[in-house]
Design a binder for this molecule. Structure first.
Ligand code: SF4
Length: 258
């Protein structure tokens, strides 16, 4: 099959340009259901067993892959078991343990500051409220929502670089400010969907809908995506772009493979 011409900025079809709010809600929810077929099991890709571990892992994940963070955290979590341990950490030792995640001096500051703040203000426990979490060193709204959604089961939308990029590509919103994106997308879905929706969108961004060359030709969302054609439409060319553990499943859905 001949590859369709690839364009960096594909104009949206008329049906998207004239879409009503109700039409957008229906399309967004349909896309979420389709993503559930693509990614039936979603989860936080950072390894953790407590809210404190997830807080530290999320701080380390800034400008770093989750895979790299997961290589560093087993030794870190074995060495530092409580907020007090982090509060009293030897800075040089801590920096050395997290050096490979990048920006390790800033991250060490945040982690020691986090330990101190938890000991001083929250009896050493990570609080389960957004208003408290955003006061902690190293915590922005994104980090707070990751911890709330995954360690406390409180629904939250995580607007990371993938999430913001994809929802604009899909014309769910034109907003660029992460808080405005969070509110705009949150309004399209039931609250109980927010955490898993965030995971699905981020999974799709990491595995299929890449920033520079999305795998449009094998993308299960093609029918509802106004940016379809931004990447190669040729199935084999697109198939080579898919990454991650669900690759066989995603390609089978596209009619490739067994
Ligand atoms: S069709 Fe292309 S641009 Fe649209 S979601 Fe799929 S990979 Fe991304």
């Amino acid at each position: 099959m001949a590859a369709r011409k690839v364009s960096a900025s594909v104009p949206p079809p008329t049906r998207i340009r004239t879409e009503t709010h109700l039409g957008l809600v229906r399309r967004a929810r349909r896309m979420n259901r389709t993503l559930t077929v693509a990614f039936p099991e979603v989860y936080c890709e950072l390894d953790f067993s407590t809210p404190l571990e997830l807080s530290v892992a999320t701080i380390l994940s800034a400008q770093c892959t989750d895979v790299r963070v997961n290589q560093v955290t087993p030794a870190l979590f074995a060495r530092y078991r409580s907020a007090l341990d982090y509060a009293q950490a030897d800075r040089t030792e801590l920096e050395e343990m997290i050096r490979s995640t990048g920006f390790y001096r800033n991250k060490a500051n945040s982690i020691i500051g986090l330990g101190q703040a938890l000991v001083e203000r929250f009896d050493g426990e990570v609080p389960g409220r957004l208003a408290d979490l955003v006061t902690l060193p190293g915590f922005g709204r994104k980090t707070a929502n990751v911890v709330l959604g995954n360690a406390f089961g409180v629904p939250g939308i995580t607007v990371d670089t993938h999430f913001g990029r994809l929802v604009r590509r899909w014309r769910w919103t034109d907003e660029t400010d992460p808080v405005k994106v969070e509110h705009a997308v949150g309004a399209l879905f039931e609250r109980k969907e927010w955490t898993d929706l965030s995971h699905r969108v981020i999974f799709h961004g990491r595995r299929v809908c890449h920033a520079r060359k999305p795998a449009c030709g094998v993308c299960i969302l093609c029918k509802d995506c106004p940016s379809s054609g931004t990447g190669p439409m040729d199935k084999l060319e697109a198939a080579a772009l898919v990454k991650g553990p669900e690759t066989d499943h995603l390609l089978a859905l596209a009619g490739i493979g067994d």
